[in-house]
Design a binder for this molecule. Sequence first.
Ligand code: SF4
Length: 345
Amino acid sequence: MEEKGNNLKQAVLWEQAGDKKVQCYLCSHRCLIGQGKTGRCRVRKNIDGILYTLTYNKLCSANPDPIEKKPLFHFQPGTSSFSIATEGCNFQCDFCQNWQISQAAVEQGEIDGQAISPEQIVKAAVNYGCKSIAYTYTEPTIFMELCADCGKLAKQNGLANVFVSNGYQTVEAIDFSKDWLDGINIDLKAFNEDYYKRLCKAHLQPVLDTIEYIAKQTDIWLEVTTLIVPNENDSEDELKRLAEFLVTKAGADVPWHISRFHPQYKYLDSIPTPLESLQRAYEIGKAAGLHYVYLGNVPGSRTESTYCYKCDRLLIERLGYGTKKNDIKDGCCPDCGVRIAGFEI
Ligand code: SF4
């Protein structure tokens, strides 16, 4: 991997821990990293007692995407978001759909990408007519330095910023980003610790803490996604507890996206999620009191559009990632007048 002489950028959110060790507190792994070693994400390295990011100059993806693809359904609906990533992740999910880039440092022991400056990224976003920059595809927390530099510049150019995240950032990392981060979709992958430990090499509680902290202590717009994996996180009891957690700790206005699983990466001995399981999860979310529940990866379903939670009027009609119409007026339902929560909705 690249060393200090190659213009590495010093990392944010770490401290010296004696003996040339450093403690990173960007994410909840809070790695204690010895001299010459990397953290669990493999993209932050201790060189002579200083922590560096190995990905700042290594962009691996950059595309304009519909904001609905993140998914964010209550955030500037119908707009494009310039979506960027660098390689690496602080999770190692067996079913990762972007494992070629998220697990590159683990699988190949190297990090690829192009040196593209924040100025070039923001300029490209403006040229494509995007309304935001999305830090996505891999875990944005671990390329926070690039996110921060892009994010501040994006704000100066009238663009918003969104994360698509596993929710493992520390409170310190959330506070570090909250002045320029406008929206976030957090994967709440399951509501059981065994799932997080066995399939993601992480823990559940930090993700719950992030969701609650963002909902209660920041102005960042929050949506949550759960991938339903057959026989892993789809029991009625677990989904009920998950939905109740969202209502009580994040609020009924937080949109919950229920997503369909397809076998990926190391997790191949499973069927795709049956449609009945998705529908059951949808009903559990609505019964818990969530105002907005959506089914993902099921094109053509009624459940990909937005309806008024009070009078059931169709408000935003979607087909796949496309928005066919948006009837919301000044943030409210045009029929009953109830407020529809969101960011520039
Ligand atoms: S970002 Fe997380 S996984 Fe990476 S070094 Fe820091 S604490 Fe460890």
